[in-house]
Design a protein around this ligand. Structure first.
Ligand code: ATP
Ligand code: MG
Length: 570
């Protein structure tokens, strides 16, 4: 390809809304352009990289036993109503009506579609296991689309679904996919970790998120340096912290004027924060009030709260009227004496002695609260509902956990028979008995993977691609495009490299050398070959390695061999 024919509009500035480096660089390097919030065009350079990532994904999916197909993006509401998710999915699902008023969604995911497809065709265990996948656009009306391709409303996803005859088969499929994901992200040149994850809205057995380590990432991961434990902060299980036993003092109500935060009440009463109990009030879609209680220095983990309360599919901050109706008041909430609320207490709170908690009255707290004695066991749910913090003991080995940030680029789930049961998808087993499929689902965000690669690989000058996913592996730059001798040598090399199977770009633009060099660094081709008057005089050709900034000189005759050798290392 020649740069004069390439549509890659580079810019000096990035848009003001671009907060993360991948978003800025994709804009500046002419990879993407925005159509509307969370909706982007992929320009040729981006699409070349996306296609390379998709090719790696396809190779690994196919070699793990996957078969590619393509399902409709537009999905009839009936499938979602049958599985029960039409109501549950919420405003994230983009919905539309056809001319007859029939309802549809733009697929955010395809469990319903694939299960319905397989249900109607696969009859016997002999046709299993089955792994079907597609790579297509997905639609999610994200509350806050941001960070460019990282969280958009339309994005390219690979989604594979596995169908097995039993749990063992499902777990084998899961392992195959897990291993394939390790190979995919390794081949893309990413530093990542597979972390234990929450199953989220999809539900089912176990799950891992493949998370690219980057400070700009939206996921927070807890990991242990002493063993292999790693989990998303939503999931990280926590051990109960038992306070040292104390003599129980009598429960007492005290006045705490305007002390509506933990900070204020702890200072006012002069108690350590570990002796306070904090409340967070949520409501769910049915407007049930859900009060979560954790130790004052801990944070509530919304996902864990949701998992602890049956039937809660989304949580929102509670409206004040619900708190008042329950006989309490914001800032002073307590499990003691409250009327109508679902109360979830963190297991660590149950091990506290003589602590401070709200009294469900304005400007009033209880002191000497000992939950085991003072909370009504029949009215509370006790669960691990707190957020992991650096230093918490590792659930596997007990050593202190570390925290880091990352970008979730893929996720693998076992689904069990959740969807096959809901959608009555069965087959006949060896004994002729009707059984539900045991399923798994496995997603990779292609655009997010590209963005994550840039987050991990860039410098002040621009993007630094690894060879495997670079839009072009090598760029040839004749410094003076009007010099016919330079052009002739550049053309010769270009043809030679092409013949050797290298993905090469010839920068034949009549721009100043400085402009071309800047663009090369910004776009981030792994190798740059420079043809200059010096080259013509000496017969040596200069190569710049983008990642290290190193320059090397090779004799014309050995150039292609050397480039092939270098590419192996990039
Ligand atoms: P998140 O928690 O970041 O919203 P998710 O867990 O809902 O993502 P999955 O349903 O697991 O996402 O989708 C599989 C993959 O699709 C994700 O790992 C991610 O790479 C990609 N993906 C999901 N949502 C988006 C989005 N809004 N923009 C770009 N990629 C996305
Ligand atoms: Mg996910």
């Amino acid at each position: 390809m020649r740069a004069t024919q390439l549509y890659a509009p580079t810019l000096r500035e990035s848009p003001a809304e671009a907060e993360v480096v991948s978003h800025k660089l994709m804009y500046r390097a002419g990879l993407i352009r925005k159509a509307a919030g969370g909706l982007y065009s992929y320009l040729p350079l981006a699409w070349r990289t996306m296609k390379k990532i998709m090719q790696i994904i396809r190779e690994e999916m196919d070699s793990a036993g996957g078969q590619e197909l393509m399902m409709p993006i537009v999905q009839p509401a009936e499938m979602w109503q049958e599985s029960g998710r039409w109501a549950v999915y919420g405003p994230e699902m983009m919905r539309l009506k056809d001319r007859h008023g029939r309802e549809f969604s733009l697929g955010p995911t395809h469990e319903e579609m694939i299960t319905t497809l397989v249900r109607d065709e696969v009859r016997s265990y002999k046709q299993l296991p089955l792994m079907l996948y597609q790579i297509q656009n997905k639609y999610r009306d994200e509350r806050r689309p941001r960070f460019g391709l990282m969280r958009s409303r339309e994005f390219v996803m690979k989604d594979l679904y596995s169908f097995d005859k039993d749990i063992d088969g499902m777990n084998e499929s899961y392992q195959k996919m897990y291993d394939a994901y390790v190979r995919i992200f390794t081949r893309c040149g990413l530093k990542f970790r597979a972390v234990e994850a929450d199953n989220g809205a999809i539900g089912g057995g176990h799950s891992h998120e493949f998370t690219v380590l980057a400070p700009s990432g939206e996921s927070s991961i807890a990991y242990c340096e002493h063993c292999d434990y790693a989990a998303s902060d939503e999931k990280a299980e926590l051990k109960v912290i038992c306070a040292d036993a104390e003599e129980l003092k009598p429960l007492e109500k005290v006045s705490t004027p305007a002390c509506h935060t933990i900070e204020l009440v702890k200072n006012f009463l002069g108690v350590p924060i570990e002796k306070t109990i904090k409340a967070v009030a949520f409501m769910d879609d049915d407007e049930r009030l859900i009060l979560a209680f954790v130790r004052g220095d801990h944070e509530v983990n919304e996902i864990k709260v949701m998992n602890a309360v049956e039937g809660a599919n989304h949580l929102y901050m509670a409206e004040e009227r619900l708190i008042t109706a329950a006989g309490s008041c914001a800032g002073f909430m307590s499990p003691i004496g409250i009327k109508d609320a679902i109360i979830v207490v963190d297991a660590t709170v149950m091990e506290m002695y003589n602590a401070v908690a709200g009294a469900n009255e304005v400007d009033t707290h209880f002191i000497n609260v000992t939950p085991r004695r003072d909370f009504d066991a029949k009215k509370i749910h006790v669960a691990d509902i707190r957020m992991v913090q650096a230093g918490d003991p590792c659930p596997k080995c007990g050593k202190p956990l570390q925290m880091t940030r990352g970008i979730e680029v893929g996720q693998v789930f076992t689904l069990g028979s959740k969807y096959s049961t809901a959608l009555h998808a069965t087959f006949l087993d060896e004994d002729g008995l009707e059984r539900f499929f045991e399923m798994g689902c496995y997603g990779i965000g292609v655009g997010r993977t590209m963005a994550a690669a840039i987050e991990q690989n860039n410098d002040a000058d621009g993007i630094i691609w690894t060879r495997a996913i670079a839009p072009f592996e090598v760029v040839i730059v004749p410094v003076n495009a009007k010099d016919s001798a330079q052009i002739a040598l550049a053309e010769e090399l270009y043809n030679e490299l092409k013949a050797a199977g290298v993905d090469v770009l010839l920068d034949d633009r009549k721009e100043r050398a400085g402009v071309k060099f800047k663009d090369c660094d910004l776009i981030g081709y792994p190798l740059r070959v420079t043809i200059s008057p010096k080259t013509l005089d000496s017969g040596n050709v200069e190569i710049k390695i983008r990642r290290s900034g190193e320059f090397m000189n090779f004799a014309r005759g050995e150039l292609t061999a050397k480039i092939l050798e270098l590419l192996e290392t990039l």
